[in-house]
Design a protein around this ligand. Sequence first.
Ligand SMILES: C[S@@+](CC[C@H](N)C(=O)[O-])C[C@H]1O[C@@H](n2cnc3c(N)ncnc32)[C@H](O)[C@@H]1O
Length: 414
Amino acid sequence: MKRGFRLTSIWRLISEMITVHRNEEVIKEGLASIIIPRLELYKRPDGSIEPAWMPVFYNPHAIVSRDFTILFLRGVMGDRDFIFLDSLGGSGVRAIRIALESNGIGIVNDIDPRAYYYIRRNVDLNNLRDRIQVYNNEANVILNNLVFTGVFLDYIDVDPYGSPIPFIDSAFKPLSKRAYIGVTATDTAPLSCTYPNKTLIRYWSKCIKVDFEKEYAIRLLIAVLVQRASALEIALEPLLSFIHRHYIRVFFKTERSAKKAYDIINNCIGYTWYCKNTLEKGFVKTPEEASSITCYDGSSPILLGKTWICSIEDVETINKLVVESTKISWLNKETVKILSVLKNEVDVNKPYIRLDKLCGLYKTNIPDIISLINELKSMGVRCSRTHLDPKGIRVDASHEILVNSILKLSLRRI
Ligand SMILES: C[S@@+](CC[C@H](N)C(=O)[O-])C[C@H]1O[C@@H](n2cnc3c(N)ncnc32)[C@H](O)[C@@H]1O
């Protein structure tokens, strides 16, 4: 019975491959040329591509994630050669771009035989046989096996369907003494508390719905990954974090050092305090610190966590990315747009505030966001927009100062 089922599924795979071969196209992304099954066969009725239906995964929208991977690797690696592993390769496009657009040589792996077939063809198409080796393995298996080969990696990419948790502990193991890791999470629903029970079992956080759920999601993901790595005496520090469409992407610097891991956990893992009625929020290291905070309406804040309370971006890294972005003509417009916001956002390590929600509370118009930022800056307050929400701002000022500035500008508009 079982054998019959296996044979049927293998036959289904083979016949699917035969059909797919007749319907292929070559697309260009960055410097890479990629053979993929014809995209238009996998369109939803609304015209959007559904990559999960394709026999080999290629998501055109994830171009932004891949652009940032290239910018990041060029920025942090500079001119030096480095060894990478793309553990969940899909069509191979990310690994091929790394080899073509930076100094990476490495391995690309995928568990799916159809993906393996396409990756090999794509590597050949781009003449990269001497720079990329292709494997058809389970990601945890290849990551753990690498530890025993003595090949330590300078960069590991973990780009799964859904949560990175099933792969992340293995991904830390073959990292060299100082390295980098890029992680995607598409399970934004549990990370942003749409399913609190899932949030608890997967990310160990008791959560409630908040008005800054994207911030909550990024910081929760970082906190959990940092803590898992520290258990292996590896220090993780986020250098670049963003959300685009349905996924969170974080790039970390990693170092094998129990002392550094301790310092990071000790300084950067804490809690977010949150006032449900007034939407005030901020970070504290300990619950005791939060006990002295009173919300504007006199109530006590709720504590959420554990969360990453240090910056989720690194100024120096963002500056390097900005320089690299001027050298690359093929970046997607959205990549450039997100980077231009991150450049300012990096200065203000405060959870963002949604102006539409706050103005709703005070029953006032939403002021022009640029005018509000200028008004606050004229008072010496550090503030910026956030790429996480078009109506969000990060402000390093008291609730009173922010609300007074909003009311002043809103009145002027009436
Ligand atoms: C989101 S796609 C990767 C996309 C690719 N990184 C890119 O940038 O286009 C995830 C891939 O992981 C592969 N995969 C899923 N589970 C896996 C596992 N346990 N081990 C290795 N590969 C796996 C799937 O076949 C799929 O191709």
